[in-house]
Write a protein that binds this ligand. Structure first.
Ligand code: NAD
Length: 254
């Protein structure tokens, strides 16, 4: 069997789990990385339950040593990687830009930008070792349009799209594609936290407000994100690179 091997960060979160499930169905071998062992274990269970092979690793993506440690572990396990889902991210603080706390800004930038940057660096030799390989960075519709109340998040996701373009150009000669997945709001715990954060006690109205801005009038499902991300990680044409792919019910173009 031609088993594809690769790494998923933020594997134990809602999107990570959905993608691990789909990767398992595709028979992939996945190094599930998260900041806590229990989260990495949950992701590994999602992979193996559906027929894949899983390994786990605890790493904080903001820590350079720990990022290189998950890349080293990949080398020990398989000698190469065919895919890399550079996905760990946090939403940070909700509130107006004029009072947005600096420490919250720095925390969001550390996980969402520094973490993605370090992953792109550390995983490159492993991906280059494969004949062809695919990287998907999780950006967001927040990387394409304005994000009132979550300034750091929006800025960080614009940065992820910028990094994606640079990495795509530098890695294309090595037959590595690099694309950004840009989901709109997903039916997930992160959105529950954002809704409550922007409208304490009024999460239902906040959700309705977001849904009104989406032409499809609903959030994306985790299954939709899992299936598109897995296609981008395992099957998309290598010639498709440097793209920010929205999965947003038309939100970014309306
Ligand atoms: N949920 C949404 O609506 C939505 C929409 C667009 C984009 N995204 C993006 O998708 C990605 C996954 O989000 P999610 O919805 O699964 O969120 P989530 O909070 O459910 O999962 C995030 C995962 O990342 C891990 N993580 C956070 N900081 C980390 C660190 N420093 N080191 C290692 N792991 C860390 C968490 O432990 C968690 O398992 C994020 O980049 C997010 O910004 C989410």
């Amino acid at each position: 069997m031609d088993r594809k091997m690769g790494v998923v960060t933020g594997a134990g979160g809602d999107i990570g789990l959905a993608v691990c499930e789909h990767l398992g169905k595709a028979g992939a071998a996945v190094l599930c990385v998260d900041r806590e062992q229990a989260l990495a274990d949950k992701a590994a269970a999602a992979v193996t339950k559906h027929g894949g092979v899983a390994e786990t690793m605890v790493a904080d993506v903001t820590n350079e040593e720990q990022v290189y440690a998950y890349a080293d572990r990949t080398r020990e396990l398989w000698g190469e990687a065919r895919f890399f889902f550079n996905n760990a991210g946090i939403e940070g603080h909700e509130g107006p830009l004029s009072t947005y706390p600096l420490d919250a800004w720095e925390q969001v930038m550390a996980v969402n930008v520094r973490g993605v940057f370090l992953g792109l660096k550390a995983m490159f030799p492993l991906l280059r070792h494969s004949q062809i390989a695919r990287i998907v960075n999780t950006a967001s519709v927040a990387g394409l349009i304005a994000t009132p109340q979550i300034a750091a998040y929006g800025a960080s996701k614009h940065a992820v799209i910028g990094l994606t373009k640079t990495a795509a150009v530098e890695y294309a000669p090595h037959d590595i594609s690099v694309n950004a997945l840009c989901p709109g709001p997903v039916d997930s715990s992160m959105m529950r936290r954002i809704e409550e954060g922007v409208a304490p006690g009024g999460a239902t109205q906040a959700r309705q407000g977001y849904e009104t801005r989406i032409p499809a009038h609903r959030y994306a499902s985790l299954a939709e994100v899992g299936s598109l991300a897995t296609y981008m990680l395992l099957e998309s044409p290598i010639y498709m690179t440097g793209q920010a792919i929205p999965l947003d019910g038309g939100m970014s173009i309306s």
